[in-house]
Design a protein around this ligand. Structure first.
Ligand code: 5RP
Length: 264
């Protein structure tokens, strides 16, 4: 692996081999979702506890100060919306030149395995990887399920993750699921976990983050379960403890409760 690629990966994946990435890209197809109406306000208290942020160029330029930014993973796919017919009909929306101009450490694109747009999204990924490899920029593939949340099972996710890795993604983002070890075993590149819609309890999130890390995920790219929480800073600190300090879910819950009630 060339120096630039290694250096960029080392900025987003910490020396312990783990990562906590904070996605705030949801507006690119969902508009101003709850908790992310004003991205700057959402991000500011959380930046200190993230290893990188996953963001579009629009939110990056308008809501993140260049001199206070964390490493950037740039969302470079889009072109569909929740009010349109086909969420899966995405293309590449941001050039590699723009990613370099923005000093991105990685770029991220969604693939839609099993949909009518499977072929297009996989070729988009392959093209992006070709360009990323040319300039030393790692590509994160996002195994998107759109509205079909029921697709989040080990068989489907193992298929999607493996295909993403075969296309050359350096990292794959997917969902935690039952028999998650099958997904990990079948994927030769590191996996990070997304959170999905906000869970009923904090404990549920802390438990799956813990289980996923134990089964081999290197970290999370987890948004709504942090910034839609009643206490986003408490939540991100609890998750950080699991990822970087090997805290058990119960210890992380204590951190959550303590920060929530004003503890340091
Ligand atoms: C949305 C994304 C998000 O980055 C991803 O879904 C993670 O966020 P969440 O934890 O809220 O699911 O790709 O387009």
């Amino acid at each position: 692996m060339d120096w630039g690629m290694q250096n960029r990966l080392a900025q987003v994946i910490q020396a312990d081999g783990r990562c906590l990435w904070l996605p705030v890209d949801h507006g690119y197809f969902q508009g101003p979702v709850k908790g992310l109406e004003k991205p700057r306000r959402t991000l500011e208290p959380l930046l200190a506890y993230t290893d990188a942020i996953f963001v579009t160029r629009g939110v990056l330029r308008s809501a993140v100060e260049p001199d206070r930014a964390k490493p950037i993973i740039l969302r470079v796919s889009g072109g569909a919306s929740v009010s349109g017919k086909e969420l899966a009909h995405e293309g590449i929306t941001t050039s590699m030149e723009e990613a370099i101009r923005l000093n991105a450490c990685a770029v991220g694109l969604s693939i839609f395995v099993g949909t009518d747009y499977e072929h297009d999204s996989l070729l988009n990924l392959a093209r992006l990887v070709d360009e990323g490899e040319r300039y030393g920029i790692p590509v994160m593939a996002v195994t998107a399920v759109g509205r079909e949340l029921k697709k989040r099972d080990a068989r489907y996710l193992a298929l999607a993750c493996r295909i993403a890795a075969e296309m050359g993604a350096r990292v794959v983002k997917t969902y935690y699921c039952e028999r998650f070890e099958k997904v990990i075993q079948g994927c030769p590149v590191p996996i990070v976990m997304a959170g999905g819609p906000t869970a009923k309890t904090e404990h549920e999130v802390l438990q799956f983050v813990y289980d996923g890390i134990r089964k081999g995920a290197i970290g999370v790219n987890l948004g709504r379960n942090i910034w839609q929480s009643q206490h986003p800073v408490a939540m991100i600190r609890a998750i950080r403890a699991i990822i970087h300090e090997n805290a058990a879910p119960e210890e992380a819950q204590e951190i959550y409760e303590s920060v929530k009630s004003g503890g340091a």
